[in-house]
Design a binder for this molecule. Structure first.
Ligand SMILES: Nc1ncnc2c1ncn2[C@@H]1O[C@H](COP(=O)(O)OP(=O)(O)OP(=O)(O)O)[C@@H](O)[C@H]1O
Ligand SMILES: [Mg+2]
Length: 405
């Protein structure tokens, strides 16, 4: 089994998936845009070969990789990093290699197309419109009804996503955004926000996990003082309040023609209980959620994804024992980190439940909180009791503080 795996080391989770592929018996031929010498040694040792190619430029990368993949005789072409999932699909298609087609992958990549397909399947998505000018923004917002959300197509993450409550608010945001080429305008969905993540085989989820965001990612992105947090449920089937999201997620996978691999979906639960689709991607989630799945179940989802991708089988038996929380910190003040408060108390409270604590070291400059979710570091913790896991999480949110100056 020869696997061409795009981006074996970045983002960080990919290193675990590279290992997983090697551990299930694949010969891994990795493709990245850095020289081989820049790969960490623990990634390189799992590789049977490495090809440097401009994977962020689809046209050039295709031209480079098609003859190489053909010569190698690869059996799978996989990618779990969003910017390159279409390149992987194009390569598969051109070489007749099994896996999701480019058109199917587009349904997981293009936010307008995905909502059109889901709406056509009768699923609840936010009302939306694609707009290309300021006047279209006002018209669409009137038709959808305020509050709305605007998402510039070329924006990066929810840093460019805004809630708008009125026509005056629209004026302000349009001024702030400057020139508007193309944007998505959506009905603002009030309520709590969750993920629905799977490893699926031929469209059937073989493993499902649900996490809840605290607060909604958009709020965390727009307010520096917030420590974004997320809780991964030990056993999503034991939480009746998320059953509607799981049911929606399964329907979404069917409607979009999911094949084999990881999926990461976001969904909302409104105060009246209605469940609404947010977005989905055909890749693993970031933000430490893959680690959280492993800690929740004491198993190895990196390897199980690889087994699914290579052999269409899933042998992991998730123990579903722990609720796992991750809390991302942003230092208070500017400059270099000069103090950490609340860590000893957190250690005492969590005991062995404190799984990881990686904070920007004293003396180092603060990281840019707008550009990385991780910010000035994170802690992960777990507990079998949901109430206790949440209490530990809130302690990390409110009492653990980093100061810069
Ligand atoms: N229709 C909506 N109603 C309410 N909130 C929304 C809506 N659309 C987006 N948001 C908020 O904005 C966030 C970012 O939107 P979305 O996930 O679509 O963008 P993104 O570019 O994929 O961002 P990210 O990379 O953070 O996932 C969502 O997680 C949610 O908090
Ligand atoms: Mg999102």
């Amino acid at each position: 089994m020869k696997v061409l795996f795009l981006s074996p080391h970045y983002p960080e989770e990919m290193q675990g998936f590279t290992r997983g592929l090697a551990e299930v018996g694949a010969e891994v031929y990795a493709v990245g845009d850095v020289p081989e010498g820049q790969l960490p040694a623990h990634v390189r040792r799992h590789l049977s070969g490495y090809i440097q190619a401009p994977i962020l430029e689809e046209g050039r990368a295709l031209a480079d990789l098609l003859p190489i993949a053909e010569r190698l005789g690869v059996d799978r072409i996989e990618c779990l990093w969003e910017p390159c999932v279409l390149l992987a699909a194009s390569l598969r298609e051109r070489l007749g290699i099994p896996g999701m087609s480019r058109d199917t992958v587009m349904g997981f990549r293009d936010k307008t197309l995905m909502k059109q397909r889901l709406r056509a399947a009768g699923l609840r998505v936010p009302r939306f419109a694609r707009v290309e000018s300021a006047s279209e923004c006002f018209e669409a917002a009137e038709a959808i009804g305020y509050p709305v959300v605007i998402k510039p197509i070329s924006g990066a993450g929810s840093a460019d996503t805004y809630r708008i409550d009125s026509a005056r608010g629209m004026e302000k945001v349009l001024r702030h955004l400057g020139h508007l080429d193309e944007a998505n305008l959506e009905e603002f969905i009030e309520g709590d926000e969750f993920t629905y993540d799977t490893v699926s085989i031929d469209g059937e989820p073989r493993y499902e996990s649900v996490s809840r965001y605290y607060p909604k990612p958009m709020e965390g992105r727009h307010n520096e003082w917030i420590s974004p947090a997320q809780l991964t449920y030990a056993d999503p089937y034991a939480q009746p309040e998320i059953a509607g999201g799981i049911a929606l997620g399964r329907q979404v996978l069917k409607a979009l023609g999911m094949g084999t691999g990881f999926t990461h979906m976001e969904w909302f639960r409104k105060p009246d209980g209605e469940v609404v689709f947010g977005e989905i991607a055909a890749r693993a989630p970031g933000g430490k959620l893959v680690d959280a799945m492993n800690y929740a179940s004491d198993f190895d989802i990196f390897r199980e994804w690889a087994r699914a991708a290579c052999w269409r089988s899933f042998e992991g038996a998730p123990k579903r024992r722990y609720h796992v929380a991750a809390v991302f910190k942003r230092a208070l003040g500017r400059g270099r980190i000069k103090g950490v408060v609340g860590l000893d108390a957190l250690r005492r409270r969590c005991g062995p439940g404190l799984l990881a604590c990686e904070l920007t070291p004293l003396g180092e400059p603060r990281r840019d909180w707008l550009n990385t979710l991780i910010g000035d570091g994170y802690v992960m913790l777990r507990h079998p009791d949901l109430g206790e896991a949440l209490a530990m999480m809130w302690q990390a949110v409110t009492d653990l503080k980093l100061y810069a100056g």
